[in-house]
Design a protein around this ligand. Structure first.
Ligand code: ADP
Length: 268
């Protein structure tokens, strides 16, 4: 049967003897595929009605409305936006889950990407007094899929903004060493208790549901980060202390890092 999917495990026993166990995981994989297809289809189908609802709400909110009606409509608009964010994140996550590796990789111009993210983060944090620090190695670029990496990095930067009380400090770093390339986002915000850290990249895992929702979170940000990194043979490390702050670091293997050729440095 060509559709049969087997998982093999070899264990040692006795004097040099080996035991080979083959497990039939065909049904398990089929179930997982059905789950992924369902989430992708449901998210896609939800998108159109949501766009229509939001469009009408915007038109109504442009008119003079009695106060209570206006307040109700604004609430609906806020919730419709939240749902749209959720649908976008669910669709992205299903696309990421569909394959384990990126199909093509290019230099992503990480210095520009960090500059743009910095500007977006400043806009998001507007009026909250956060300061940002950038420490970016300008000699090396990262190979990868630019849109995916941008989503992953933005999720980390936006989380830092959202989980740091006013007047906080947020640092973005990109550096290269013998282990590869590293991108980190540090904040001096609320921090995370150690027991939560291993579960943070699970879908919809939140420490404080109300804080996450109030600040516009979908509960899918770190799951997206994890999947993007897996597809780039990279991984995430989280270092945090409650009340002190957190550092989220993406570690990329050395073969994903490329030197940037100095342009025009020897001209003339
Ligand atoms: P959410 O949309 O809820 O932020 P994420 O997957 O991005 O979902 O994050 C999961 C949870 O991890 C958050 O609900 C929050 O409790 C915690 N978290 C993420 N980033 C930070 C951070 N920088 N500081 C403190 N807690 C964080």
């Amino acid at each position: 049967n060509s559709d049969l999917q087997l998982q093999y495990q070899i264990s040692k026993f006795g004097e040099g003897d080996r035991l080979l166990v083959a497990r039939d995981i065909t049904r398990l994989l089929r179930l997982e595929q059905t789950r992924q297809d369902f989430v992708a289809n449901a998210s896609h189908e939800l998108r159109t009605p949501l766009t229509v609802i939001r469009g009408y709400l915007e038109t109504f909110l442009d008119q003079e409305l009695p106060r209570p009606l206006q307040r109700g409509m604004e609430q609906m608009q806020q919730q419709a936006r939240r749902m749209e964010g959720l649908v976008t994140d669910l669709l992205l996550l299903s696309r990421l889950e569909a394959s384990q590796h990126i199909s093509d990789e290019h230099p992503i111009l990480i210095q520009d990407l960090i500059q743009h993210m910095h500007q977006d983060a400043v806009a998001l944090a507007s009026g909250r007094g956060h300061s940002f620090q950038l420490d970016v190695d300008s000699e090396y670029d990262l190979l990868g899929q630019a849109t995916e990496l941008q989503s992953a990095f933005s999720n980390l930067v936006f989380n830092a903004v959202r989980y740091t009380p006013d007047n906080g400090t947020i640092s973005l770093r990109w550096w290269v060493d013998h282990k590869g390339g590293h991108f980190s986002v540090s904040d001096d915000g609320i921090g995370i208790e150690a027991m939560h850290i291993p579960r943070l990249t699970e879908r919809f895992y939140r420490i404080d549901e109300s804080r996450s929702s109030a600040s516009g979170g979908t509960g899918l940000g770190l799951a997206i980060v994890k999947h993007v990194l897996v597809r780039h043979s990279a991984h995430l490390s989280i270092d945090s202390k409650p009340g002190k702050g957190s550092t989220f670091t993406c570690h990329f293997p050395p073969d994903m890092v490329v030197p940037i050729r100095a342009v025009g440095s020897d001209a003339g």
